[in-house]
Ligand binder design. Structure first.
Ligand SMILES: C[S@@+](CC[C@H](N)C(=O)[O-])C[C@H]1O[C@@H](n2cnc3c(N)ncnc32)[C@H](O)[C@@H]1O
Length: 402
């Protein structure tokens, strides 16, 4: 919208005042008013525009633009139907024919220019590359076959695409979905392969009343952005969107157990005991970096919004036993997620007694200083009532006061 592109707050105010005075009983919707204001701006002689532009520029110079806080993406992917669509538009006829001859003609007709990252990430989390199935608890599993892939992408054979996808997701899971630092910036972990495919196949197997692609044509040619939005909307209505919540029986919804660790094997060490205790269905393991997940739970990322509404201030207890350098950062996020009166526990706060060594005593590990800082920070934080319990390696229990 031109009007706001140049920042004419003053013009808008004047315009609104004029509308209110001249048409006091008219109720316009904002969009209509904005269109009218934009038209007026367009028709205004340049000389009349000048003072508005000047005042907008002055206001801009006075107020430095605040950096928009966006949540860290959960994962990076090079899979982009939008870019593919843009590329397709630039192809010559000969190039298109060559692509068709190679058997990839359906990719020239890709309809979905949308990549719902959170949703796809959840499907990646639920995809078991060993069994080639999307697993949502024991009762909902969908096997992905090469024939499914071939149909979804309109290929003669889907084996190589599926093998590639499985290899990439296996690597992502084995590597540990850990954020990396590049040029001082935290980067979300990357997943290779055609991950969009997982979503199209899942929709095909769980259409939730939609008939897109049921004629049998390539799914990639059938699913448009509108279809995808509608289908995801249905998932939201059924409260299935967030697997964090969907896997729990109703009475546990308010208090799910979320276990975060980038190392799946570490989680699998405990799994037999979890199974023996019969509580596997109450634990949602997320293979990822703690900071990424906690900050996303508190962000406005669309599909996490449901989780936020339910989870902010809803946790009774949090246990932190990883990534000591981030304890203080976790603390800030956990103070939002854990309810007032709830407990946040930090492990290893005595660090085998080394935190009590004198300042000048030589020690060969960096965690001593880190944990000393953590201990002083917690001891002086008025939002909590901390208690350092001298069991095992030291466990600090913090009760949230406000
Ligand atoms: C000391 S072990 C935890 C042991 C577990 N709490 C227990 O008592 O059996 C530390 C774990 O933290 C995990 N970890 C390391 N960095 C992490 C991070 N950034 N986010 C989440 N977990 C992380 C490691 O993979 C490792 O499994």
């Amino acid at each position: 919208m031109i009007l706001f592109g140049v920042g004419h707050g003053t013009l808008w105010k004047e315009f609104m005042q004029g509308v209110r005075e001249a048409e006091p009983s008219t109720k316009y919707i904002l969009k209509t008013l904005m269109k009218r204001a934009a038209k007026r701006w367009k028709e205004m002689p340049e000389a009349d525009k000048a003072p508005y532009i000047q005042s907008a520029n002055e206001a801009k110079a006075k107020k430095p633009k605040e950096k928009r806080k966006t949540a860290l993406p959960i994962f990076r992917s090079r899979c982009s139907p939008k870019k593919l669509g843009e590329l397709n538009k630039k192809l010559t006829n000969n190039q298109r024919k060559a692509i068709e001859r190679l058997g990839f003609g359906s990719l020239l007709n890709v309809q979905c220019n949308m990549f719902p990252r959170d949703f796809i990430w959840k499907l990646v989390e639920h995809f078991n590359p060993k069994t080639r199935t999307l697993e949502f608890g024991r009762l909902r599993t969908y096997e992905i076959t090469t024939a499914n892939v071939a149909r979804a992408l309109g290929l003669k054979l889907g084996g190589f695409v599926l093998d590639w996808l499985i290899r990439q997701i296996t690597m992502y899971k084995n590597r540990g979905a850990k954020a990396t630092k590049k040029a001082g910036k935290i980067e979300a972990p990357g997943v290779g392969g055609c991950v969009l495919l997982l979503m199209l196949l899942y929709f095909d197997k769980e259409p939730m009343g939609m008939t897109v692609g049921q004629e049998g044509g390539p799914l990639i040619e059938c699913w448009t952005q509108q279809h995808i939005q509608e289908r995801i909307g249905k998932e939201e209505n059924l409260e299935l969107l967030d697997p964090t919540l969907s896997q729990f029986p109703q009475p546990c919804l308010r208090h799910p157990v979320i276990a975060i660790d980038p190392d799946r094997e570490a989680y699998e060490v405990g799994l037999p005991f979890i199974r023996k205790a019969g509580v596997e269905n109450k634990i949602n393991y997320i293979q990822s970096d703690g900071m990424i997940i906690l900050s996303n739970l508190l962000s406005n990322v669309k599909s996490f919004r449901t989780a936020l509404e339910r989870l902010e201030g809803e946790f009774d207890f949090a246990f932190v036993d990883a990534d000591k350098e981030n304890y203080i950062n976790y603390h800030e996020l956990l103070l939002k997620l854990v309810k007032v009166g709830g407990i946040i526990a930090y492990d290893n706060t005595l660090w085998q007694g080394r935190v009590a060594h004198s300042e000048h005593e030589e020690v060969e590990d960096t965690y001593r200083d880190t944990l000393r800082k953590v201990n002083s920070f917690l001891a002086s934080d008025s939002r909590i009532d901390p208690l350092l319990v001298s069991i095992a390696d030291g466990l600090t229990l913090c009760r949230r006061l406000r």
